[in-house]
Design a protein around this ligand. Structure first.
Ligand SMILES: Nc1ncnc2c1ncn2[C@@H]1O[C@H](COP(=O)(O)OP(=O)(O)OP(=O)(O)O)[C@@H](O)[C@H]1O
Ligand SMILES: [Mg+2]
Length: 434
């Protein structure tokens, strides 16, 4: 516990201890020389202390002043008066130094206790300084800017970046994106403020309350919506943020529903967790909250999931009023923009090139109607036959996905049967015919 040099009495005891151990190490060499027993060993155990061990074949060479102490399987153990004397010194010094060390420790502890308030205040000041200095260093190193913290019902970010991902990307450069959201209570008048006022580029017209983000797999939807939540959080901690410019509203809470997880030990399946978290958001969010929802409804059947996602968006729009980012693969939801004035569609731009896709990572206005899931599956290494077959199935299914008016259509039984009949390769038995 106590370092050398702190207490001279302790140092002396330790020197005695070390000196004794050196003496014993030297003893082995001396005894080997004087007895001619090359395999002779000086050892220690907690029952006998120090002893000299000689193997059976060398017992005839043992000198008369060795006292036999114990017989073991392959030899005998001896002690000598000098060895016992040195042992006493070493063990005595050891015992006293342990005792002294503990006394010193208790004394130090008492002194610290006497200065407790000062030490704690200093620690707390240093901790705060550490956080602020880290904010400053990070802001300088990575080109962060100072957000304006407002209470106007809006959230505007120009060229926002994901603070973690932008540091991790090596092959690709991180593509910055804009955000403009307004909560439904007060957002409408401020959102119509001119661009010169804010300096923040907004999507045309007023900022929406809900940004519905569609786009291919791997395009960057999840990254984008998390980035907005992270930037809002960072701004609230007092940090600068990775963006060219930002106006960020004080929020009462940031709600997120992201990723698949379960809690089996507490009897919650993946979908149950998803819905429990969603319920918490719907029941507690206010117009001052920021909500980030990723792939709501993914954990159940397509029609159940789509129906839930649909009514959740409507509820957020009509009842909750919170600024919301909603990423989804249910392209049917983009239809909601026609009926809900404060909802706007966005997608993450990609270019199609031959049968490949190039990700542009840019959030643009408008919805998408393709997920490119099969192309992404190919990138991931799914076997070719599986991909080919998936393509056939997709083109068959797509025809019945929406009604001509763009609404969700419940699949008609007979129609589905006909579809599946066409899909099944001829020699297979039909699953649905008796
Ligand atoms: N703005 C960006 N700049 C550069 N790379 C990005 C950007 N956004 C995302 N990426 C890269 O794209 C990858 C996929 O992004 P993300 O998980 O957000 O896609 P997604 O659209 O949510 O896909 P899925 O539909 O499969 O969930 C990220 O891991 C990251 O490497
Ligand atoms: Mg995602």
């Amino acid at each position: 516990m106590i370092r050398d040099g702190f207490d001279s009495a302790l140092d002396e005891l330790r020197t005695a201890q070390r000196g004794g151990k050196d003496w014993i190490a030297k003893l082995q060499a001396d005894e080997i020389a004087s007895t001619g027993i090359a395999s002779l060993k000086v050892r220690f155990n907690s029952v006998f202390g120090y002893y000299i061990e000689v193997t059976k074949s060398n017992l005839d060479k043992v000198p008369a002043h060795y006292h036999r102490k114990q017989t073991v399987a392959n030899g005998e153990r001896f002690i000598t008066p000098e060895l016992k004397e040195m042992e006493g010194k070493i063990l005595g010094a050891e015992e006293r130094s342990v005792k002294l060390e503990y006394e010193i420790f208790q004394h130090v502890r008492e002194e610290v206790l006497g200065q407790l308030p000062k030490i704690q205040q200093t620690a707390s000041a240093l901790a705060q300084l550490d956080v602020l200095a880290s904010f400053a260093e990070t802001a300088r190193l990575h080109n962060y800017s100072r957000p304006q913290i407002l209470d106007e019902g809006i959230l505007q970010i120009r060229d926002g970046r994901h603070p973690v991902l932008e540091q991790q990307l090596v092959e690709e450069r991180f593509v910055p994106n804009d955000t403009g959201l307004a909560s439904s209570e007060r957002g409408l008048q401020t959102a119509s403020m001119s661009e010169e006022d804010s300096g923040v580029k907004r999507p045309e017209g007023r900022a929406p309350q809900i940004a519905l983000i569609t786009g291919p797999n791997m395009a960057g939807k999840s990254t984008y919506i998390r980035q907005v939540a992270l930037l809002a959080l960072l701004a609230h901690t007092g940090s600068f943020i990775p963006a060219a410019e930002a106006r960020i509203d004080l929020v009462d809470r940031i709600f997120t529903r992201i990723g698949a997880s379960d809690d089996l030990s507490r009897g919650q399946s993946t979908f149950m967790v998803e819905m429990t978290e969603t319920a918490n958001i719907l029941n507690n969010a206010t117009p001052r909250s920021l909500i980030v929802l990723d792939e709501i409804g993914r954990g159940t059947s397509t029609f159940d999931g789509l129906s839930l996602a649909w009514s959740i968006v409507e509820h957020l729009h009509n009842q909750v009023g919170a600024k919301t980012l909603f990423a989804t693969h249910y392209h049917e939801l983009t239809e909601l923009a026609v009926r809900l004035p404060r909802l706007k569609n966005f997608n993450v731009a990609v270019r199609e090139w031959h049968d490949q896709i190039v990700f542009l990572r840019k959030i643009v206005e408008g919805g998408t109607d393709k997920s490119y899931g099969i192309q992404v599956a190919r990138l991931a290494g799914v076997p070719k036959e599986v991909l080919e077959r998936a393509k056939q199935i997709l083109s068959n299914l797509e025809e019945s996905e929406l009604t001509p008016e763009g609404n969700v259509r419940q699949p008609r039984r007979q129609q589905d049967r006909d579809k599946l009949k066409q899909l099944a390769p001829p020699p297979q038995m039909d699953l649905f015919e008796e």
